[in-house]
Design a binder for this molecule. Structure first.
Ligand SMILES: C=C(O[C@@H]1C=C(C(=O)O)C=C[C@H]1O)C(=O)O
Length: 286
């Protein structure tokens, strides 16, 4: 008898993904699952290298390697408009940034490409971009504007009032009228084939966790206040403005993002959104 390896699951260590992980019923799985908590770009890389089997990853990372993955429905970090944690900090007006440099956080894949899409397609500017560690003060020493995501963006906004701040979720909604999904739950196709029942059980456990978290946000809010700061009203709004569903409306917004990314050469191919459906792989649209 072959011993089944645990399914290795990547967890985004930013508050934006908490509602889906927070109430995961670990006791139902014992040695069958193992969680690895990292920033999105580290999870993207770990999934691509087969060091983990399933993860919340940057939606851009799915676009890069979609032939290897399927996406779990009804799970994502999405928004229709404002997000509060995908922020471009700047002093000069956006139109003047075309001659300047924008610092991009090494933690992000979806948002750095979303920013490029927004500035190129909708603002008609092509600044220089350079990657930097996600620290606003250091970034602004070398650049005219800085993008931050996740908890780094939240904290930077609280502690810096010298900059104008643009919310990428809001910019995308204004430009396209669509949803945007920043993180998706990707599973390696090979794991779906090898351990279909376990994948289905883990999927149900994530849905359960999301439902429980949204029914009672109080423990998540208390932990966010303790570990990150801010007040109850802030986190209440944060966790309700973000949406964790992944259905036709979110697919449509994400498909447009992939199409633009392909148009601009940010992705080398068109990206089909492939949704996992129990054990069958169901290609939803090209
Ligand atoms: C909503 C957010 O989206 C995150 C942004 C990501 C990216 O830019 O690659 C990846 C995962 C998401 O959880 C956030 O950072 O607050």
């Amino acid at each position: 008898m072959t011993i089944k390896q645990p399914i290795r699951i990547g967890r985004i260590n930013f508050a934006n993904a908490w509602p889906i992980f927070y109430n995961f019923p670990h006791d139902q799985f014992k040695d069958e699952v193992e969680f690895i908590s990292q920033v999105p770009t580290s999870l993207n890389q770990a999934l691509a290298r087969n060091e983990i089997d399933m993860a919340a990853v940057s939606s851009f990372a799915y676009g890069q390697d979609f032939s290897q993955y399927v996406l779990l429905p009804d799970l994502s970090v999405s928004a229709f408009g404002e997000v509060q944690s995908l922020l471009l900090f700047h002093q000069k007006p956006i139109a003047e940034l075309g001659q300047g440099t924008i610092a991009l956080p090494t933690t992000s894949a979806t948002s750095v490409n979303l920013l490029k899409i927004l500035l190129t397609k909708f603002n008609g500017i092509r600044p220089q971009y350079q990657y930097a560690a996600p620290s606003l003060n250091d970034m602004m020493k070398q650049a005219d504007a800085a993008l931050l995501i996740g908890d780094d963006a939240i904290k930077a906004k609280w502690t810096n009032s010298d900059y104008k701040v643009m919310d990428l979720g809001e910019m995308w909604r204004r430009a396209t009228g669509k949803w945007m999904s920043f993180a998706v739950w990707a599973v390696r196709k090979q794991v779906v084939e090898e351990q279909p029942e376990l994948v289905a059980r883990i999927y149900k456990a994530f849905l359960y966790s999301k439902q429980m978290s949204l029914l009672n946000l109080k423990p998540l809010i208390a932990e966010a206040q303790q570990t990150i700061g801010g007040n109850e009203a802030y986190w209440q709004r944060y966790f309700t403005q973000l949406k964790y569903d992944f259905g036709p409306e979110q697919w449509e917004g994400l498909q447009l993002y992939y199409d633009y990314a392909y148009d601009l050469g940010l992705l080398p191919h068109k990206v089909p959104i492939q949704i996992w459906q129990d054990t069958k792989l169901n290609r939803v649209k090209e």
